[in-house]
Design a protein around this ligand. Structure first.
Ligand code: ADP
Ligand code: MG
Length: 387
């Protein structure tokens, strides 16, 4: 298949959130036109694309319009109905494929894929009925019960210690299909972003170390200073193996747990650019969004090079509510005076608690220097210095 040359083609995105917005920015920088399909009248990506189709993801007219007017289509989040991607696949190039997205949408299917690829994940059991519930191995407790589908940012998860708590938690989750995972002692959380082209070319960024607060990513640091080289190599090899085994095309993020005993297990994956890869916008020769554009357009992928030590702070809506009274924007001027700071805001009109409003990238010559600036920025913003 020949490449869609920059300046000649239109790219479509299902989903109008911040990931779609940063994809659109990268695509437009290369001279592509963009069309976003999102049901909301006001959306971060819809606001910057040349065109916004405002329909539901399964609306056949909306999908047909997107297919007619775009040369290639991608998705910004995995909970877009796989059916929408499959519908589009009959019409236009779609990367990642509906089949890959379907694997990532379901934790049980995803874990089976990891095991088939020979990459270990957390000990777990699938719970879809009372017989499976009763048969759960007590060794999995204490554990985390997670809905198989639609979970993100720690939503749809309950920690349970006993069989009785497990049964009650499953009732609370409306007895939808779930996965019970053993609660593992984590030393750190890591992720690896890979991109694979339609021709099979596979590239990856270095291992990213991630800190979560309340189930939401808070900080990403690259290089992952605390992680020994052999563990990093293992993570990169596992991520490449998973992408290869899926025959994946596009950007894929694989999350890992690095355990207290030094073992590495895979947690989950996302078939798209990922929050933990936002540092690449300022710390690498090409951003994860440019890679997604290139993979979608069938252009060659660049050899990746991290040119600066990087640290990313996620900016949640909570930062707008640090004082009494109504929401007020943080003191960006006092943040941007710090060396190597790069602010990215997503254009969301209203700040809300827990809402991802933007991120701050910090780049420096050394990891220590990036860390020192990040601590200063965190102090200005009122964020904890727990990283
Ligand atoms: P989400 O789709 O919401 O990101 P995850 O499965 O990644 O769901 O879980 C969110 C966070 O919960 C993880 O980043 C980790 O901090 C914690 N967590 C999840 N599973 C486990 C586990 N088996 N053991 C220990 N901590 C876990
Ligand atoms: Mg996760």
């Amino acid at each position: 298949m020949s490449a869609l040359l920059p300046g000649t083609a239109t790219l479509g995105v299902l989903g109008g959130g911040q990931l779609g917005r940063m994809f659109v920015h990268a695509a437009q920088a290369l001279g592509y036109r963009c069309i976003v399909l999102d049901p909301d009248a006001i959306s971060p990506a819809g606001a910057v694309a040349e065109q916004h189709i405002r329909t539901d993801y399964l609306d056949s007219f909306g999908l047909a319009q997107l297919a007619r007017d775009c040369d290639a289509i991608t998705t910004e989040f995995e909970n877009v109905p796989a059916l929408a991607l499959e519908t589009l696949a009959g019409m236009r190039v779609v990367a990642p494929s509906g089949a890959s997205v379907a694997v990532c949408q379901d934790r049980a299917v995803e874990k089976a894929h990891f095991e088939a690829a020979g990459v270990p994940c957390a000990p777990h059991a699938v719970i879809t009925n009372d017989i499976e519930l009763a048969a759960v191995d007590p060794a999995l407790l204490p554990g985390i019960l997670k809905t198989s589908r639609m979970g993100y940012d720690g939503k749809g998860q309950v920690r349970v210690s006993t069989a009785a708590e497990l049964a009650a938690a499953w009732d609370d989750l409306k007895r939808v299909p779930c996965v019970l995972e053993q609660l593992l002692p984590l030393k750190a959380e890591l992720s690896v972003l890979v991109a694979r082209g339609a021709d099979g070319q596979l590239v990856n960024y270095p291992v990213q170390q991630n800190l979560h607060r309340g189930g939401i990513l808070a900080v990403t640091e690259v290089p992952a200073r605390a992680v020994p080289a052999d563990v990093q190599q293992q993570a990169v090899a596992a991520a490449r193996q998973v992408a290869q085994a899926l025959g994946y095309v596009g950007v894929l993020c694989i999350e890992f747990f690095w355990l207290e005993d030094g073992r590495l297990v895979v947690n989950e994956m996302a078939p798209r650019p990922h929050n933990s890869g936002h540092w690449t916008m300022n710390g690498a020769n090409a951003s994860q969004f440019e890679l997604q554009v290139r993979a979608l357009a069938g252009l060659p992928l660049p050899e990746l090079r991290q040119h600066s030590a990087s640290l990313m702070l996620n900016l949640l809506g909570d930062l707008w509510f640090s004082d009494e009274g109504g929401p007020t924007p943080p003191a960006w001027d006092r943040v941007l005076v710090l060396p190597g700071t790069h602010l990215h805001l997503y254009g969301k009109a209203e700040a809300r608690h827990g809402r991802k409003m933007g991120h701050l990238n910090i780049t420096a010559d050394t990891p220590d220097a990036a860390h020192a600036v990040a601590v200063q920025a965190a102090a200005v913003l009122g964020l904890p210095a727990d990283f």
